[in-house]
Design a protein around this ligand. Structure first.
Ligand code: FAD
Ligand code: UDP
Length: 389
């Protein structure tokens, strides 16, 4: 019997597996897909393009602990992500910043708006759009309404199926308005990509004699949890080792409190000649009847040695997650509402008292983790676990 069973080979599961293995624990890592890496999985396609199967993944962080840990398994190359948004027939920088203002307003008006913003917030300040809309100055509010209408309103409706006011403000706050010329999508101090890709990094991370990987394996076929008896069963026997679960918590408990809502995506991938667009990602914050998708990603624009002749692009269409549906069968984003948070808590409460089951990761903790944040969280989780066991 292994010391630990980990469900899911994404960042949460793989980082945990590695740390436990290095501390002498034998680990069984169960993954239902046919590959490791979770949603960060990438692979070289026939066009020579490093394709990110589950959407573009850009690594950026201020966490030296996450960088230090991951750097044991990969080298890095520099890449700073820049995004353009289709606004009134033009491609303007997102996050919305002074260059976007210069491109969308005539010179005098643009100069005036920039000075009003600088006076109100200072230089290079990041202002969440919902905060900007509440500014007391009617001129700033008018600009905020313009930005809201052309950048946030329809994108958010398409992405979430809710209005920007209905969802957690932290979601739109991820892409603030910037009172300066900073036009990078992320402002973190470390912005680099793994030099051989994410999958290669995971391969090295999981290459340890104490780790056994079972791919193509649905964990629920081998594992079950009984919240009444407070028991965990693995392969037909009572299991008292460590269980780190990084999948859907409603699935773990047989959906007994109902399905948790997630947002899903479908990617339409196609090959084009040469170069398709000026940056890696172009956002389409337009109405759904104009562009039914949210963004188009051209993967080779973030590649170290991109091919010249051909390119691979992916068009991103949001859907509600539906585990039995035709579209939207992959749960990508937790959908935060009061109701969903309560339901999630009901599941967590059911697990209370089963002291060998731990929930970790974007799905299991129902959190909007970036890759660096889940790496840090997994390392912190291991610190605690190893202290207590
Ligand atoms: P996951 O990567 O989802 O891994 C969970 C794994 O568990 C999966 O492989 C799944 O198959 C497996 N699993 C689940 N249930 C079971 C089961 N019952 N049995 C067996 N296996 C199971 N972060 C960034 O930092 N930068 C970005 O640019 C970025 N872009 C993103 C773009 C998109 C479209 C999305 C959806 C996310 C993005 N993220 C980005 C976030 C990033 O994907 C997450 O931080 C990361 O994947 C979280 O890792 P995880 O291990 O928690 O979850
Ligand atoms: N957003 C928007 N318009 C944009 C970019 C982002 O409305 O052009 C909002 C939208 O609600 C989105 C959120 O900001 O879900 C966070 O954007 P981000 O690009 O971080 O989303 P992710 O990459 O996580 O899908």
């Amino acid at each position: 019997m292994k010391d630990a069973v980990i469900i899911g080979a994404g960042f949460a599961g793989a980082v945990t597996a590695r740390v436990l293995a290095e501390h002498g624990k034998s680990v069984l890592l169960i993954e239902k897909r046919n590959h490791i890496g979770g949603n960060a999985y990438d692979w070289l396609d026939d066009n020579g393009v490093m394709r990110h199967e589950y959407g573009p993944h850009i690594f950026h962080t201020n966490s030296s602990r996450a960088v230090e840990f991951l750097s044991r398994f990969t080298g890095w190359y520099d890449y700073e992500h820049r995004v353009l948004g289709y606004v009134q027939g033009r491609l303007v920088p997102i996050p919305f910043n002074f260059r976007s203002i210069d491109m969308l307003f005539e010179k005098e008006k643009a100069e005036h708006l920039k000075s009003v913003l600088t006076e109100a917030y200072g230089e290079d300040h990041k202002v969440p759009i919902l905060e900007l809309r509440k500014n007391k100055d009617p001129e700033i509010r008018e600009l905020a309404e313009y930005i809201f209408e052309h950048v946030f309103k329809y994108y958010t409706m398409k992405q979430w199926g809710y209005t920007a006011e209905e969802i957690d403000p932290a979601v739109t706050g991820r892409v603030p308005v910037i009172t300066g010329y900073e036009d990078r999508y992320f402002q973190d101090s470390f912005q680099k990509m793994p030099d051989q890709g994410y999958t290669a990094m995971f391969e090295k991370m999981l290459d340890h004699e104490n780790i056994e990987i079972a791919l193509n394996t649905e964990a629920m076929d081998r594992l079950s949890v009984d919240p009444e008896k407070k028991e965990v069963w693995l392969d037909g026997s009572l299991y008292q080792g460590i269980v780190v679960y990084t999948g859907l918590v409603d699935q773990l408990l047989n959906y007994r409190c109902g399905d948790l809502p997630y947002r899903s995506l479908e990617f339409t991938v196609r090959t084009e000649k040469g170069r398709f667009q000026p940056v890696t990602t172009v956002n389409y914050p337009t109405r759904a009847d104009m562009h039914p998708y949210t963004r188009i990603t051209e993967y080779k624009n973030m590649q170290k040695n991109p091919p010249k002749e051909k390119t691979t692009i992916a068009v991103e269409y949001p859907f509600a997650y539906d585990r039995n549906g035709k579209n939207g069968r992959v749960p990508y984003y937790p959908v935060f509402t009061d109701e969903s948070r309560e339901k999630y808590q009901a599941y967590v409460d059911l697990l209370a008292g089963i002291d060998n089951v731990y929930l970790l990761g974007r799905l299991a903790q129902y959190r909007y983790y970036n890759m660096d944040a889940i790496t840090e969280a997994a390392l912190a989780f291991c610190d605690q676990l190893l202290e207590n066991r």
